[in-house]
Design a protein around this ligand. Sequence first.
Ligand code: SAH
Ligand code: SF4
Length: 431
Amino acid sequence: MNVCDSGKILHLFADQDYQLTSDSRSADLIVINTCSVREKPELKLFSALGRYIPLKRRRPELVIAVGGCVAQQWGDKLLERCPGLDVVFGTHQLDSLPQLVAAARLSRKPVSSTDFLARPGGLEVMARPTPAAVSAMVTIMQGCDNFCSYCIVPYVRGREYSRSSDAIIEEVRKLAEAGIKEVMLLGQNVNSYGLKASGEISFAELLGRIQEINGIERIRFTTSHPKDMSDELISAFAALSKLCPYLHLPLQAGSDAVLKRMGRGYTAASYLEKVEKLRRIVPEIALTTDIIVGFPGESEADFLQTLTMLKKVGYDQIYSFKYSVRPGTRAADYDDIVADEEKRDRLARCQALQDEISQAILLAQVGKIAEVLVTGPSKRGASEWSGRTPESRIVNFSAPTKIVVGDLCRVKVIEAYKHSLKGEVVADAGS
Ligand code: SAH
Ligand code: SF4
């Protein structure tokens, strides 16, 4: 989501004749887009500011802006804490950033704007697809009303707000006209899209309308909340040919006691039921998930249930984190803290098990033929191409015939590496 917001910021400033540079010493403007889901990214902001603010001694015209979740949380106080910082913009002010930068430049005084609005600004700004991109992200909603006990998102992104389906369809149409083949629909909890806006269509219906857009070959979305994974949405995986057999379904923990304290609204058994339903409809579906280890009160037995779930579900990949206390959340007041050493140990065990599972899944692909959407040359060298299967597995492959980015190729998988597959082209899809 932050990558998408950064794309929107690039778009806004490209319209103002700014150009992107990788050299911070020659920049007129540095925008830092932040995340505060865990503590570490917050610390990264302060070290980045420590590097960039001194650049103003040589270039007094340099303007430095900080946005995103950390900016939202700190507001004005960030300006006090970091003298030399010019602009603080909140998660609802993304579209006003050019004006805030201009105001700071003109007045030579720091400015801050972090109020929550009834309708978050920036939702209608299109993220600028990188040149030659085949895939683009489209924000369909912002904010979250779930208030999981560990999570800061509802506090820094505000209440859940869905964009109108017409605006989303229009944006996807424009992307298709610009050559985009794959769209990734984004929201903190896409399954509840439209439910709180009167007369709006459901998320599954939105997917159905995007399916009809010519030029779009693949549809993906993230993130889904297991409690809101409706039968209608599960059925969409079978009904919509462009909807990729891939789902990120954050589990967080395998123990019902921990899930309850997290306020997730499902049990391990009800999660598994949804996974089974999905697999009955789309047997090849690839699943990924998020895991938090060391949540307050998580015993060794609780943790082992998370490992059991990893084995039962068989995820392609997991994103796993040590629990990090977020000030102001309910869990910040929970006692029964798990020691950091224990968290580290659980994280390592969780990742070691997942490495084995991921490896087995990749190995099982060897010999199969996959449809690969070509995203560019492989990192290994110009003679190889790279792309993704519908299940989002990365395949690097050689091709004897001419290929261009955006092609859909039929590729035979010949080898499995740690995080990717190697293959060779069989023939173009459809030929
Ligand atoms: N809306 C998504 C997730 C948003 S945050 C969802 O409901 O799943 C992305 C991930 O960060 C979460 O899934 C969770 O695994 C992790 N996360 C959130 N708060 C955290 C915390 N306090 N400590 C550690 N990980 C956290
Ligand atoms: Fe955070 Fe829960 Fe909302 Fe996801 S659903 S953003 S974890 S509060």
